[in-house]
Design a protein around this ligand. Structure first.
Ligand code: MN
Length: 529
């Protein structure tokens, strides 16, 4: 049976995929030199074109690769790197040395390159033509030699890059390029993200705070405060007709479930939620923002009984859930770092179907080897991870400035393996942390009507949660079923920030040593810069 809900989500994601990636380019630059004469360069050019066409036709790589010709001299390398820096469509460069390419000619260009770099160590032909190979063939097909020379200069210059090794037609090689391409698209997007904070961080909370100037320098995201009073100006202007139309959309998408609040309160709260959603959408659009945070203590006027009251009558949880689904970054309680990270996660995994969400560690369930952690939030969990059609419910929420009946989407998550990630500010640097988790079947929560997931941190609860705590991880995270560690590793590599992973191979002693080693590395690294 085709579930109409997930079917519509699939179509939605597919159209977004086309939009998000279709105007982006990855530039392919083939390294060579003029030592072997013009004929060799013509052959190198022909092979390169065929390889780029082959990669594009494979459909394994979601961003178009554009062949930019051969680079045969320091001047040519410099020209192409400068052009890449200045081209908004270009999100990264793939280099491959067809022949031997003396690496000093790459120095000045690499010094200037500001876009992500992937070095592909491959070869035009798969096998050695044993019977016919002569010295001309040898000189022409020298990536075994040229790529090593190129690798040396990158390492000597401390150039961040991804090295992918293997035959270019192999699906595994193409998939590694695809991961990097998606991450490069995410990094490119991050540089254009403006995150609006409606209210500040929740008072006294350390982990959601940090250095927003350094964050923009290192990760690209721009984070601004936005006055809630200005948001309320938008809210006031939303008409009943507009809200009613949006409520009709809710009726089509979700199961309407009216409980103890009663029908009158239910529809009133749902309609006000729709108004909040419309207001938020308009502010984000007008401000060119693709991420936001809320704070449950800052929702407009304090006194809801005042005659000229202007404020949200409830936390805009339903709006946050629905905006997250469309890729708007969200962090609760002013958590701008997780809001930004969620946005990037959503961009990177365009077209993938199992979903991603903002989540929070809620409550533990000790059960021996199957000990797990319930993930939820008051309201704000993204419906992309739902196992079934979400139920639209209204219940009392006794937290924050509004203790009110509040609309929300309720569902449980899919089961299976996924990865959670966060970024924390350690004072002298940002640390990206990822952790593999296994989402398992939860039991019903009749008295806790919120969306949730239940997971076992890998390798098990004791080591997984222990390592996360030692790393200084947040209680909030950006979670995905669709991507793996390789994405976050590429992301941190491109940005030059620290990355630590927690997975089935983690043990506490080694993990602690990694944290100590990184402390020294990043201290020295900063001193050298
Ligand atoms: Mn929270």
């Amino acid at each position: 049976m085709i579930d109409t809900y997930s079917f519509s989500i699939f179509n939605f994601q597919f159209s977004i995929l086309k939009n998000m990636f279709e105007n982006l380019e990855i530039w392919w630059v083939t390294g060579a030199q003029l030592l072997y004469g013009g004929d060799a360069v013509v052959a190198v050019d022909g092979h390169s074109k065929e390889m780029v066409e082959g990669l594009n036709k494979s459909w394994n790589i979601p961003v178009k690769i554009v062949y930019k010709g051969t680079a045969n001299s320091s001047k040519e390398v410099e020209d192409i790197m400068r052009a890449a820096n200045n081209d908004n469509k270009c999100i990264g460069i793939i280099t491959w040395m067809h022949t031997f390419s003396p690496a000093k000619m790459w120095i000045k260009g690499l010094q200037q390159l500001q876009k992500p770099l992937l070095h592909l160590h491959t070869q035009y032909n798969a096998e050695i033509p044993w019977d016919t190979m002569d010295m001309d063939f040898m000189n022409l097909n020298q990536s075994a030699h040229g790529d090593i020379e190129f690798g040396h200069i990158c390492t000597r210059m401390r150039i961040a890059r991804k090295v992918v090794v293997g035959y270019w037609k192999d699906a595994d090689v193409q998939k590694k390029i695809a991961v990097w391409a998606r991450v490069a698209a995410g990094v490119n997007d991050a540089h254009n993200v403006r995150c609006l904070m409606f209210g500040m961080n929740m008072n006294n909370v350390a982990v959601t705070d940090g250095d927003r100037v350094e964050f923009e320098q290192r990760l690209g995201y721009h984070v601004d405060y936005y006055p809630v009073s200005s948001l309320m100006e938008y809210f006031k202007k939303v008409t009943d007709k507009e809200a009613d139309e949006l409520v009709e959309e809710y009726k089509k998408l979700y199961t309407i479930k009216i409980d103890e609040s009663g029908e009158k309160v239910y529809w009133e709260k749902v309609k006000n939620s729709a108004k909040a959603e419309i207001a938020l959408r308009r502010v984000l659009k007008d401000e060119g923002a693709t991420a936001f945070t809320t704070n449950f203590d800052d929702l407009g006027d304090a006194d809801i009984t005042a005659p000229d009251f202007c404020g949200f009558d409830q936390i805009p949880g339903l709006a946050s859930q629905r905006l997250m689904q469309e890729g708007i970054g969200f962090g609760a309680e002013g958590d701008w770092k997780t809001a930004c990270l969620y946005r990037t996660l959503w961009v990177m995994q365009q077209g993938m179907t199992k979903g991603c969400s903002f989540l929070e560690d809620y409550t533990l369930n000790f059960d021996g080897a199957r000990s797990s952690s319930l993930q939820s939030h008051m309201l704000e969990v993204c419906p992309l991870i739902a196992s079934d059609k979400p139920k639209l419910e209204v219940h009392f929420l006794g937290i924050g400035i509004r203790k009110q009946q509040t609309a929300r989407l309720v569902f449980t998550s899919k089961t299976g393996y996924g990865i959670k990630a966060t970024v924390v500010d350690l004072g002298n640097r940002f640390r990206l942390i990822s952790q593999e988790v296994e989402c398992i079947e939860p039991k019903p929560l009749p008295k806790l009507p919120v969306a949730s997931a239940l997971w076992i941190p890998q390798p098990n609860f004791e080591v997984g949660a222990g390592a996360w705590i030692l790393a200084g991880g947040t209680h909030h995270s950006a979670f995905s079923y669709d991507i793996n560690e390789e994405y976050w590793e590429d992301f941190a590599e491109i940005l030059g920030i620290e990355y630590v992973r927690i997975n089935k191979n983690t043990n506490i002693s080694d993990f602690k040593q990694t944290l100590r080693n990184n402390e020294v590395y990043f201290m020295l690294n900063k001193a050298l810069k």
